[in-house]
Design a protein around this ligand. Sequence first.
Ligand code: ATP
Length: 294
Amino acid sequence: MSILNVNQLTKNYGKRSILKEITFEMNEGDIIGLVGPNGAGKSTLMRSVLALEDVESGSVRIKGISNQNPEFFRYVTFLPSDNYLYMHLTGYDHLAFVASIYNLDTKEIDEVIQLIGIRTYVNNPVKSYSYGMRQHLLITLSILTKPLIILMDEPFNGLDPTSVIELKELIRALHAKGISLLISTHNLDILEDLTNTIWFIKDGELVKNDMLIDGNDPFQIEVRMPAEMSLENVMSDSQLPYRLLDNRLFTDPAYELEKYLEWLIKNGVTIQSVNRSKRNLEEMYKSFYEVNVR
Ligand SMILES: Nc1ncnc2c1ncn2[C@@H]1O[C@H](COP(=O)(O)OP(=O)(O)OP(=O)(O)O)[C@@H](O)[C@H]1O
């Protein structure tokens, strides 16, 4: 179900056109990766959606409510790339401040502190936090109001590998709760791990029909063979076209997946996993932005 509708959003800086009549919608439970080189307009797009920028034209609505209406901000939160925390206040002060605006009780603050795991330092002043701890506080703030959508602008910047893993897990957990996420990042590997939906921004336009998984790509079936049997022997009798790599079988997209599964099971082969092979995001990025590597 569509929850965010952006229609013909246009933004200029002086004579420069940054967003050109951008139209898109986000559905419940979407994770969308927003990709583009420095200066492509990713932050401008997020800020314009949130009415933090004056735009030339266009409309933005969540469940039909315009971003000119304060109620809009009950449903969406923003994790900006620049830190806007107050250094002399504690993490808890920040949470209590937002809770007071939205009439939330302390139980709800405690829930998010627990969920993000910031209890050991939430009562210390923010100036004593590391970069990752500040990022965790910002994330805690962004989920306190139970939004339907979170816009995250480069959330992985400056995080150590442990914090990146934790943030990816958290994003998956938010997604499992039905929250939709629009995430801009330059880290293509992380995005590839999180989602199949990538939107490119180029020359002020959004190209959003690039799915990492294409209906025409083969399936990859990982199997475990009974003792003294080989996958090659089982498949050579099948009359189905295939390609093998170790204990993995790649199907031919012209044939139904079920045919392969039926044949394997009939021959006593254990199916361990079935995936659609993903296209490589870095390759897509290089060809889309015509990056030539010498
Ligand atoms: N306040 C401003 N005044 C004038 N130009 C601006 C302003 N903010 C951004 N720009 C310009 O708009 C363009 C888009 O900037 P934006 O920050 O949205 O890009 P981005 O894709 O988020 O880049 P990055 O990946 O570097 O964060 C850039 O060329 C930038 O110089």
